[in-house]
Design a binder for this molecule. Structure first.
Ligand SMILES: [Zn+2]
Ligand SMILES: [Zn+2]
Length: 559
């Protein structure tokens, strides 16, 4: 390139993930097009992550979208690939600060409206319904909506076409000849797109470590039908509430065995309502509420329950604990976990399963029978997609570090010319030239904590600390000569000393006295220093006795 050419700026396509890369959750990717530093943007997905036990008290975690907010009118739209929480769950909390139209297919839009209604903001958010197979002009982008298959109705891939070239964003997908809740991944359209030319593929990495291809949703339906058919007494099936195909298969298995279907859990009732409205579950499929449970003979009953991830307040956990107000199980009933345990939830799921097992119920999980199938592509399916689209560049997303690296290695082995990792908070120019990181932008996590959205995790870190070492507050009064007046008062939470407090009383008194002995009155003028000396001393004596460092607060008052 000579200097003359260098002087002419070229329009480019840039990509800036704000979440979803290096993690499974919180998907949010910005695509920009224009001259350097003058881009028009679209946002693909705006999802959340559920908090782990490492974030005590936090309901959900949201992406930090400051960078998108700062683009003002240059941000044109949010486009949703499907209605899973990790792709659309942050909209109620974050949409207002962006204030742009949301493009979604009919089912995703219906799920979104139901979500917004629960927050009372359904009228303020403009939703534009997209047709699968159609293309939309949004700023400098033409976005074509392509049918994929996944574990929810209407998962879509987006062919994002610009003057600089075409990028295909897969969303979550798999190949499945019969996904039940809609047509399979649109192989013909993908092949045609490949022929028209796809330059960059941004692709789901969730199962990139796994060889082969997955079984079909229809195989799961057959297994469920056989298991329900064989059962002599009640059957309870728990699954992901948004998995409409599975709900339909479970209901059909029940009807085939002359059983009534009882829905337990609000999320399931909501999804069934929306699936009927949008035509994914036939209108004449009948579902009873848990009120009807007590009238049903054991052999005529199938309960579909929420809580496949061991969520404490969901139906299956309450049934297992015997605290569900309507549903009680008894010996030789069958419980099927038609789900996979998401990494991190093993303990909660194990807890529920063991409670059920202790009641002499037949428990069937994915490890005993094919009662679940993944919604994400294994290597065999990735290879197919590469062959259809023939991209020059692959950018792995939707995966933890291991999945991204595995996807990268596999794509290279498959002969894809460029494989680039673009992590949360990086901005990469991806077209018309080879992908290259060009900037770092603010990105990170926001914590929804009650009515607050916290921008840092200071409170969460403190809570984590409190949960392991407890807290001791000591209050004492000194006069203007620096002498203690009265007795120090203290209050503890979570310390393992005797209940009456004699032991702690001794520790605190000795620690305070030793400070006053060693600091002469004239040096007690600087209250901050004195306070710190007291804190260290009290903490030290607790450590000597207990072997752990408690959180210690000193309240020092001078009169
Ligand atoms: Zn998904
Ligand atoms: Zn996802």
């Amino acid at each position: 390139m000579n200097n003359n050419e260098k002087a002419i700026p070229t329009a480019e396509l840039v990509m800036a993930p704000l979440g979803g890369v290096g993690e499974i959750g919180m998907n949010c990717t910005l695509y920009g097009h224009g001259l350097p530093d003058d881009y028009s943007w679209i946002m693909v997905d705006l999802g959340l992550t559920f908090a782990s036990p490492r974030e005590p008290g936090i309901e959900v975690i949201l992406p930090d979208i400051r960078f998108a907010e700062n683009q003002g009118k240059n941000l044109k739209a949010i486009i949703l690939t499907h209605a899973h929480e990790d792709h659309y769950g942050a909209i109620p909390d974050l949409w207002e600060s962006l204030n742009v139209p949301i493009y979604a297919t009919a089912f995703t839009a219906a799920m979104l409206r139901a979500k917004l209604e629960r927050e009372g903001i359904e009228d303020s958010v403009p939703i534009i319904e997209m047709e699968i197979g159609s293309a939309y002009e949004i700023g400098p982008f033409t976005v074509e909506v392509v049918q994929m298959a996944h574990s929810i109705p209407e998962p879509v891939g987006l062919a994002i076409k610009t003057q600089s070239g075409t990028l295909f964003h897969t969303g979550d997908w798999k190949l499945d000849p019969d996904p039940i809740s809609g047509p399979p991944t649109d192989e013909n359209r993908l092949k045609a797109l490949g022929q028209e030319g796809v330059d960059v593929l941004v692709c789901d990495s969730t199962n990139a470590t796994r060889e082969g291809t997955s079984i079909s949703e229809i195989d799961v339906a057959k297994t469920l039908k056989a298991l329900v058919g064989q059962a002599k007494r009640r059957v309870v099936v728990t699954t992901f509430a948004s998995n409409v195909a599975r709900i339909k298969s479970i209901a059909e298995a029940a009807y085939a065995a002359d059983r009534y279907v009882v829905l337990a859990g609000r999320a399931l009732m909501r999804v069934v309502g929306i699936a009927k409205e949008t035509g994914y579950i036939p209108e004449d499929y009948t579902f009873l509420s848990d009120e009807d449970f007590q009238h049903l003979p054991a052999k005529d009953c199938l309960v579909m329950a929420t809580g496949s991830q061991g969520e404490g307040r969901a139906a299956i956990a309450r049934i297992a604990e015997g605290s569900h107000p309507k549903i009680k199980l008894s010996k030789d009933d069958t419980v099927i976990f038609s789900s996979r345990t998401i990494p991190g939830n093993e303990k909660s799921v194990g807890y529920v399963i063991n409670l059920l097992a202790a009641q002499d119920l037949n428990i069937i999980t994915e490890s005993q029978a094919p009662v679940h199938v993944t919604g994400h592509p294994r290597r065999g399916e990735l290879e197919q997609l590469y062959n259809w689209l023939q991209p020059n560049t692959l950018i792995p997303v939707h995966g933890e570090e291991l999945h991204l690296q595995s996807h990268k290695a596999f794509a290279k082995q498959q002969g894809i010319e460029h494989v680039a990792l673009v992590r949360n908070g990086s901005m990469a120019s991806v077209l018309p030239f080879e992908p290259q990181i060009i900037d770092e932008i603010p990105a990170g996590r926001l914590y929804r904590d009650g009515y607050f959205i916290l921008e840092d995790d200071r409170a969460v870190r403190n809570r984590r600390k409190l949960s392991t070492v407890g807290c001791l507050s000591v209050s004492l009064v000194i006069n203007n000569q620096g002498k203690i007046i009265g007795e120090p008062l203290w209050h503890e939470e979570g310390l393992p000393f005797d209940e009456e407090g004699a032991e702690l009383d001794d520790l605190v008194t000795t620690a305070i006295n030793s400070v006053f002995k060693s600091v002469p009155p004239k040096h007690r003028k600087e209250l901050a220093k004195l306070k710190e000396a007291l804190r260290r001393s009290v903490r030290g004596s607790i450590y000597d006795a207990w072997g752990k460092k408690a959180l210690v607060n000193i309240h020092l008052h001078q009169v």
